[in-house]
Design a protein around this ligand. Structure first.
Ligand SMILES: Cc1cc2nc3c(=O)[nH]c(=O)nc-3n(C[C@H](O)[C@H](O)[C@H](O)COP(=O)(O)OP(=O)(O)OC[C@H]3O[C@@H](n4cnc5c(N)ncnc54)[C@H](O)[C@@H]3O)c2cc1C
Length: 424
C-alpha cells in the first residue's frame, strides 16, 4: 500500500475524465487519472457532433480523431412507412465544426484521449477502481487493482467523471432519475451491412419503429454499429437470449432488415437500461461532476460525448481557478452548472418528443421559415451551450410543434400502442 498527494484526482478515463485531466495537467497542476478498465476497451456512444470538433481542436487531437473515424456530414431519419429525410450540418456551423463530425470506434477514440491526458502530464492509474474514503478537508480515495491490491490517494480536488457508475452521485446520494423518459437499448457491431453512398455515406441513420427508434452508425473498416432504443418494459419482458432479441428487434424496421441482409454480428449483443437521470448538484467544496457522472439523456441526437467534453472543459476551468485561489470561484462553478443544465434542457425537450407523431411529422416535412430550421440544425449539431440567435427561433419551433400537435397541420391517424418486442 502506498499513498500519493495530487492537486486533483479525476475518476474515470472516458472522454469527460481524460479531457478534464488533460486540461488541468496542461495548466501545470499535478493530476491523477484513475480508470477501472484498461484502454482500449469497448464503449457505446460512437456518433460525435460537429460542435465537439472545436473542443477536440483545443485539446490538440482533432486531426488524429478525424484520421481514426468516418466523416459524418449529417443524419437521416426514416419513418415506419418508409418516408425519409436527411439533414446536413455543414452550412449552419463555422470553423472546424463546419466540416461535419466523425463516427468513431470508442475503444480507439477513448484510448487516444486517455493517452493525450497522460501526454499532458496526468499520472495514469489503469485497472484501478476508485472508492471514496472521505471528502472532509481533502479528498481521500482508495484504488483497488484487479489483483486485490489497494493504493490510497489524496488530492485537493476531485472531478468525478465515472460515467453511468456515478461514483460520487451515489456516495452523496445526488442521483435523480428522469421520470419523463426512461429507455433501454440493445446493440451490436456488424460486418457486411449496407452502407449509404456519396455524401450520405457517413451519416447516422435513425429509424422510427413500433417501439422506439433504431440507429445505424457507419464505423471504420466496414463495421456498422446498430442498436435499438425502446421502453425498458420491452427488455424486461424479453423471452430468449439477448442476441436473438436484438436480431428480432432490428428486423422490425424493414429498411434496417434490408441493410442487414447477409451481415454478420461481430460479437455478443450488449444492453443498457433505465438510463436517463440527472444529479441534484454538480459541485461542492472540493468536488465537481462531469459527463455522464452528472447527467445522461437519451442518445437519439448523439449528444453524450459532446456534453462529456463540454462539461469537462467547464469543470477543469472552475477547478483550476479554485486551485489557483481565485476569489468568488463559486460563481464560476454556478455558471458552469447553469450552462450545462440549460444545454441539457434544450436537448431534452426535443428528445422527449422524438417518438411523438407531431415531431415525426415536423422532421419529415421540413420547411425553413424565419431561419427556424437553421436554428434547429445548430442545436442538433450540438450548439447547445452558446446558442446566439437560436433561442427565439427555438421558441418559435416549439410553438409550431404545439400547433402540429393540436392536429392543425397533419392528419392525426392514431398510433398503435407500443407492444414489447419478442425474440424469435
Ligand atoms: C445506447 C447508447 C447509445 C449512445 N450513443 C451515443 C452516440 O451515438 N453519441 C454520443 O455522443 N453519445 C452516445 N451515448 C452516450 C455516451 O456513451 C456517453 O454520454 C459518454 O460515453 C459519456 O462519457 P463519460 O466520459 O462521461 O463517461 P464514460 O464514457 O462512461 O466513461 C466513464 C469511465 O469511468 C470508468 N469508471 C467508472 N467507475 C469507476 C471507478 N469507480 N473507478 C475508476 N474508473 C471508473 C469507466 O470504466 C469508464 O471508462 C450513448 C449511450 C448509450 C447508453
Amino acid at each position: 500500500m502506498s499513498g500519493a498527494a495530487f492537486d486533483a484526482v479525476v475518476v474515470g478515463g472516458g472522454p469527460a475524465g481524460a479531457t478534464a485531466a488533460a486540461l488541468l495537467a496542461r495548466a501545470g497542476h499535478s493530476v491523477a487519472l484513475v480508470e477501472k478498465a484498461r484502454h482500449p476497451r469497448f464503449h457505446i456512444g460512437e456518433s460525435l457532433l460537429p460542435a465537439t470538433m472545436p473542443l477536440l481542436e483545443r485539446l490538440g487531437v482533432l486531426e488524429e480523431v478525424r484520421a481514426l473515424g468516418v466523416r459524418k456530414r449529417g443524419a437521416d431519419f426514416t419513418a415506419a412507412d418508409g418516408r425519409s429525410q436527411a439533414i446536413t450540418f455543414a452550412h449552419v456551423m463555422r470553423g472546424s465544426a463546419a466540416e461535419g463530425a466523425v463516427q468513431v470506434e470508442r475503444a480507439r477514440f477513448d484510448d487516444l484521449l486517455f493517452r493525450r491526458a497522460v501526454g499532458c502530464g496526468a499520472v495514469p492509474f489503469e485497472g484501478a477502481t476508485a472508492r471514496v474514503e472521505g471528502l472532509a478537508g481533502e479528498v481521500r480515495l482508495v484504488l483497488k487493482g484487479a489483483d486485490g491490491g489497494e493504493v490510497r490517494l489524496a488530492a485537493r480536488e476531485l472531478i468525478d467523471a465515472s460515467g453511468r457508475d456515478g461514483l460520487l452521485a451515489r456516495h452523496l446520494d445526488l442521483r435523480v432519475a428522469d421520470p419523463n423518459h426512461q429507455s433501454a437499448a440493445v446493440f451490436g457491431h456488424y460486418r457486411g451491412a449496407g452502407f449509404r453512398e456519396g455524401e450520405r455515406e457517413g451519416n447516422i441513420s435513425l429509424y422510427w419503429f413500433q417501439h422506439g427508434w433504431i440507429w445505424m452508425i457507419p464505423l471504420p473498416d466496414g463495421v456498422m454499429s446498430v442498436g435499438a432504443v425502446f421502453p425498458p418494459a420491452c427488455l424486461k419482458r424479453r423471452e430468449g437470449p439477448l442476441d436473438a432479441f436484438l436480431e428480432a428487434t432490428l428486423r422490425m424496421a424493414p429498411e434496417v432488415a434490408a441493410r442487414l441482409e447477409g451481415a454478420r454480428r461481430l460479437g455478443p449483443a450488449h444492453a443498457a437500461s433505465n438510463y436517463s437521470y440527472g444529479a441534484s448538484r454538480m459541485y461542492g467544496a472540493n468536488w465537481c461532476l462531469a459527463g455522464d457522472a452528472f447527467a445522461f439523456v437519451d442518445p437519439v441526437f448523439s449528444s453524450g460525448v459532446h456534453f462529456a467534453l463540454q462539461s469537462a472543459f467547464f469543470a477543469a476551468d472552475a477547478v483550476a481557478a479554485r486551485l489557483g485561489g481565485e476569489r468568488n470561484v463559486e460563481r464560476r462553478f454556478a455558471d458552469a452548472e447553469r450552462r450545462v443544465r440549460r444545454g441539457l434542457a434544450a436537448m431534452s425537450w426535443l428528445i422527449h418528443r422524438f417518438n411523438e407523431p407531431a415531431m415525426r411529422h415536423l422532421f419529415l416535412n421540413r420547411r425553413d421559415v424565419l431561419g427556424i430550421e437553421a436554428a434547429l440544425l445548430r442545436l442538433l449539431a450540438g450548439d447547445v451551450f452558446h446558442r446566439q440567435g437560436i433561442d427565439v427561433r427555438y421558441a418559435l419551433f416549439k410553438g409550431i410543434y404545439g400547433l402540429a400537435r393540436l392536429g392543425l397541420r397533419f392528419d392525426p391517424a392514431p398510433e398503435p400502442p407500443p407492444q414489447p418486442a419478442r425474440a424469435g
